[in-house]
Design a protein around this ligand. Structure first.
Ligand SMILES: Nc1ncnc2c1ncn2[C@@H]1O[C@H](COP(=O)(O)OP(=O)(O)OP(=O)(O)O)[C@@H](O)[C@H]1O
Ligand SMILES: [Mg+2]
Length: 186
């Protein structure tokens, strides 16, 4: 299994990001380990953080968000928001709420997002957006981009394998860069 993962070609999304600024690449091999990664990322998140999740249908964006919700200790199961564009999960403790947005049908981007009338202060929340690329970047200069790609090649072997690229944009993530890097296995 080890060898297969090391030799697998990168997904196109990971390849594109590899050209960009410093990033952390992590391979996960099951939904459970994707969720665990979400829990670990949650440990770095603070109120006001914006996380953008990129990846094809079924890549594992919602699965990762489920882990984020667990790590943040919020109420309610994180599911695909099929009929709503955004769902607010309040903290069970004194942490920030998780605002989980599925921007797939959010044609107009930011304006519509503001129109959602979420009854929550975004600067006090952790905002996680699926399908948000090109739509919600204006919400914050500081963003954590998470790009999930399927490992390509030996599909029957690698069906559950995903490559996750983490790239922090902005001053907030420049400072937290080393913490992001520590999420990768040594
Ligand atoms: N390593 C993995 N990480 C995450 N999900 C995986 C993995 N391996 C298999 N899966 C499966 O892939 C599916 C991922 O579904 P999920 O809803 O998280 O994707 P998504 O990216 O949110 O899709 P959508 O674009 O439809 O919102 C689940 O059925 C999950 O069990
Ligand atoms: Mg989803």
């Amino acid at each position: 299994m080890e060898d297969v993962q090391r030799e697998a070609p990168r997904s196109p999304a990971a390849e594109a990001l590899a050209e960009a600024a410093a990033e952390t690449l992590i391979t996960v091999d099951s939904p459970a380990s994707m969720q665990e990664l979400g829990r670990r990322i949650a440990g770095l998140l603070r109120p006001g953080d914006l996380v953008l999740l990129t990846g094809e249908l079924g890549a594992g964006k919602t699965t990762l968000t489920r882990g984020l919700g667990e790590g943040l200790g919020v109420r309610g199961a994180v599911t695909s928001p099929t009929f709503v564009i955004a769902r607010v999960h309040p903290s069970l403790g004194d942490g920030p709420p998780l605002v989980h947005v599925d921007a797939y049908r959010l044609g107009g981007g930011l304006d519509e997002m503001e129109d959602l009338d979420l009854d929550v202060s975004l600067p006090d929340s952790v905002v996680v957006v699926e399908w948000g690329d090109g739509k919600v970047e204006e919400l914050s200069d500081d963003r954590l981009h998470v790009v999930i790609g399927r490992a390509v090649g030996h599909e029957e072997v690698l069906d559950d394998v995903r490559e996750v690229a983490l790239r922090g944009v902005g001053a907030r993530w420049e400072q937290a860069g080393p913490e992001l890097a520590r999420l990768a296995p040594a």
